[in-house]
Ligand binder design. Structure first.
Ligand code: HEC
Length: 268
């Protein structure tokens, strides 16, 4: 029979949160937002261009505190009694409107700097769109399960444009491709973007010693998009490579499901 250990019940809230892998966000004082700011509609469409501009702005201005992937895990956040909220948590992001996120970015509070004077209005909306990217939580999950860098890519002519990249946390990792356009010829991403659903693998195609595993996101409308994992060839071999292929395919399927749902009911 399952018995409750009374010692466990005495654990402080923070320890419980650490055990189950979430943070005690309830401790963060509520951040009230004026009603008209909450209701303000987002005037900037989430096009590939605006998302990749938003991704770049995020890396330059926000990643230092909120973490490269937005999950609040940064060296800076570790010095705080309470790290900023996890901006990759769909449940948390669902509670905030675009207008509310825009307002928080513009006005700031305490340690969160105000960006009203540092970023143009359009740029702040681009960052909001980026934070809303439906694929981000999936990229973070894919990075966590494969421990390699995960990417979201769209096709633009003969190039693959890297919309978003969630970096591996290992010391030897692939990084810095977000916002970049890479010719697709001969690459795993190229094969994924132009072929049938299923993981495509290429070793040493773009850089020697680097292997990419990519899969098309099964959605009908253009532009073609893919999800990929990139890492050192010596780590992406044998059964690990097989595992990564499966994970990349299931991430591509989950992103497609979210996109279908969003097309019917709006994001989140
Ligand atoms: C110097 C560190 C720092 C930088 C840089 C920074 N933030 Fe923050 N951010 C914080 C902290 C700390 C909080 C929590 C503030 C609070 O609740 O009082 C926060 C809160 C937020 C929130 C509100 C989350 C919530 O749950 O209410 C959003 C959204 C946000 N930041 C987005 C951004 C974006 C986008 C950028 C870049 C344009 C950015 N931040 C740059 C530290 C930072």
């Amino acid at each position: 029979m399952l018995k409750l250990n009374p010692g466990l019940l005495a654990l402080p809230l923070a320890a419980w949160a650490a055990l189950i892998g979430c943070r005690a966000n309830e401790n963060v004082p509520k951040w009230p937002v004026p009603a008209e700011a909450r209701e303000r509609p987002n005037p900037v469409a989430a096009s590939p261009d605006s998302l990749s501009a938003g991704a770049k702005l995020y890396r330059e201005h926000c990643a230092i505190c909120h973490g490269v992937s937005g999950d609040g895990k940064s060296a800076w956040a570790e010095t705080l009694p309470e790290p900023p909220a996890d901006l990759t948590d769909p449940a948390h992001m669902k509670r905030m409107t675009d207008g509310e996120i825009f307002w928080k970015i513009s006005t700031g509070r305490d340690l969160m700097p105000p960006f009203a004077e540092r970023l143009r209005e359009e740029e702040r909306w681009q960052v909001v769109n980026y934070l809303r990217t439906l694929a981000r939580p999936h990229l973070v999950a894919l990075r966590n399960v494969t421990r390699e860098t995960a990417n979201l890519v769209v096709r633009d002519g003969l190039d693959a444009v890297y919309l978003d990249q969630v970096e591996s946390q290992r010391s030897l990792r692939h990084s810095g491709w977000s916002g970049r356009a890479i010719p697709i010829a001969g690459t795993a991403t190229g094969a994924a973007l132009s072929g049938e659903f299923g993981a495509k693998v290429a070793a040493d195609a773009v850089e020697s010693g680097v292997t990419a595993v990519a899969c098309r996101i099964p959605i009908d409308h253009a532009p073609a998009a893919a999800v990929s994992v990139i890492g050192p060839t010596f780590r992406l071999r044998g059964s690990i490579l097989q595992h990564v292929r499966t994970e990349v395919e299931s991430a591509a399927r989950r992103i497609a499901e979210d996109l279908h749902r969003a097309a019917e009911h709006g994001p989140y």
